[in-house]
Write a protein that binds this ligand. Structure first.
Ligand SMILES: [Cu+2]
Length: 151
């Protein structure tokens, strides 16, 4: 999959240019390569055998921005940036509620502040599409999508 390698290289170059350590660079590149079997151009799909769906917060982006998981899986957001971020589908936490959405019957969630090098997890029990954002950075486009397929 040349697309996977290109993506990993691109992410690696981006990371390097932002001044992170080479060790961090290679760890991220290695993870991207490891994920290669399921990495798509627009996101990742995690099957039942994949242990840990992860979304990284890198600078002011969610990576991958679009992630597909199975019902009942838990997604962990890891803050790899120097900023405080949040993960929210709560309309009361954002300036523009049209940016976010949840499937019918799903409770909204809000991580609260996730400091640099911290992480936060959410288990998805209701299938459907979740459009979430980082409340402090919604206006700069820090948006993400989780698609939960039926078990
Ligand atoms: Cu943010």
């Amino acid at each position: 999959m040349t697309g996977t390698n290109d993506t990993a290289l691109s992410a690696a170059r981006s990371t390097l240019s932002k001044g992170l350590s080479r060790r961090t660079l290679f760890r991220q590149a290695g993870l991207l390569v490891t994920m290669g079997g399921t990495l798509l151009l627009t996101g990742c799909t995690f099957g039942k055998d994949d242990a840990k769906p992860v979304v990284k917060m890198i600078e002011m982006t969610f990576q991958p921005a679009a992630l597909t998981i199975r019902q009942g899986q838990t997604v962990t957001w890891t803050n790899k940036s120097t900023f405080v971020h949040t993960v929210t589908t709560d309309p009361t936490r954002v300036k523009d509620p049209t940016r976010i959405s949840s499937p019918a019957g799903a409770a909204v969630f809000d991580s609260g502040n996730i400091a640099p090098d911290k992480q936060w997890s959410q288990t998805f029990t209701v299938a459907g599409t979740y459009a979430y954002c980082c409340a402090p950075h919604e206006l700069t486009g820090m948006l993400g999508t989780i698609v939960v397929t039926g078990s």
